[in-house]
Design a protein around this ligand. Structure first.
Ligand code: SF4
Length: 326
């Protein structure tokens, strides 16, 4: 490898499935099943090969398939499901900075993700994508002394290169009022190779307390490589937590949620939140009622340790914090 060659994870990312026909062939979908696919959705198909390899062949009934493959169902208009359910644009302080909750601001570092989740509440967000220059956003953070935590979000912040992340961390290091930097990322689930040596160096060299929050909805998403990548982060003394979304047909049953919690805890990852669905258009087929969601959490409370039970939460636009349902 030469000094200028792209990192391994970028090469792996290029192998993502982005054309429905290639994916349908790979999954050996019958002609009948192919008719259920949405062929040109506004939020395009984007699926890492290693996740596609976990999908059962010639069926639509697979938890990974359902999360990432666009289906005709998502083209249906359903009353109550809107483009931007959380109205995040109203909290924009600069082009890339959202300030919703006290003390914390969200840096929408990029619009790019390792994979495209069909239920994503930000799939229609009007990201600022023209520039990767964070000067205006960092200036705002410097001036707002009420902030003590920056959440690197997106898109997925691990879509940024290591030099880009490094320069952000160097900037945070010059801001004494910023005590914590949090990642919200799904990258390690799709491309665990992203947790490479240079990224770990950036984390190691930061003077801030880092908190690493992944997004995993089903135990099938976890495997030896994913857990080993997360272990490297844990070994730096960085807490790793998980937030999941409750999705009909994916994880809305007792056994799956229990297995997910147990697998996460076994890998040293604490289940943090279980989000009820944000009502973004095209996601009605994922809806689970609050009543059923509470039942599922009560089941976990009975069958596993307290630290393995996530909080059931809903984001309410304009509220000062998440609404805790149980
Ligand atoms: S990885 Fe996160 S931001 Fe990206 S599509 Fe999935 S849910 Fe949305």
């Amino acid at each position: 490898m030469t000094l200028n060659s792209p990192p391994l994870w970028r090469k792996i990312q290029k192998e993502n499935f982005t054309h429905w026909e290639k994916l349908a062939d790979f999954l050996k979908l019958s002609e009948t099943l192919r008719k259920s696919l949405a062929l040109g959705p506004r939020f395009p198909l984007n699926l890492p090969r290693r996740l596609a390899e976990k999908i059962e062949k010639n069926t639509l009934d697979d938890p990974i398939f359902k999360q990432f493959v666009p289906l005709q169902e998502e083209l249906l208009k359903t009353s109550g499901y809107v483009e931007e359910p959380l109205q995040d644009t109203t909290f924009r302080k600069t082009k890339k900075l959202l300030h919703k909750y006290e003390g914390r601001a969200l840096l929408l570092a990029t619009s790019a993700c390792a994979m495209h989740c069909r239920f994503c509440f930000r799939k229609n967000f009007p990201y600022e994508t023209e520039t990767l220059d964070f000067t205006q956003d960092l200036n705002h953070i410097v001036q707002d002394k009420t902030l003590n935590e920056i959440i690197l979000s997106g898109g997925d912040p691990l879509s940024l290169s290591n030099p880009q992340l490094d320069s952000l961390f160097q900037a945070f290091d010059t801001m004494p009022h910023i005590k914590k930097v949090r990642f919200h990322t799904r990258f390690p689930i799709g491309i665990p190779e992203r947790i490479d040596i240079s990224f770990l160096e950036i984390l190691k060299n930061s003077s801030k307390q880092i908190i690493f929050i992944i997004h995993c909805n089903h135990p099938k998403e976890l495997d030896k490589d994913v857990l080993s990548a997360l272990k490297k982060i844990q070994k730096l003394g960085i807490p790793v937590l998980n937030q999941a979304v409750l999705l009909q047909g994916v994880n809305d049953d007792e056994q799956t949620l229990l297995e997910l919690s147990e697998a996460l805890v076994q890998g040293g990852v604490l289940p943090y939140y279980l989000h009820v669905l944000d009502l973004v258009e095209g996601s009605a087929h994922f809806f689970v009622s609050d009543e059923r969601a509470r039942e599922l959490i009560q089941y976990l409370q009975k069958h596993t340790s307290g630290y393995a039970v996530p909080r059931l939460v809903r984001e309410v636009p304009g509220a000062l914090s998440k609404q805790i349902l149980i």
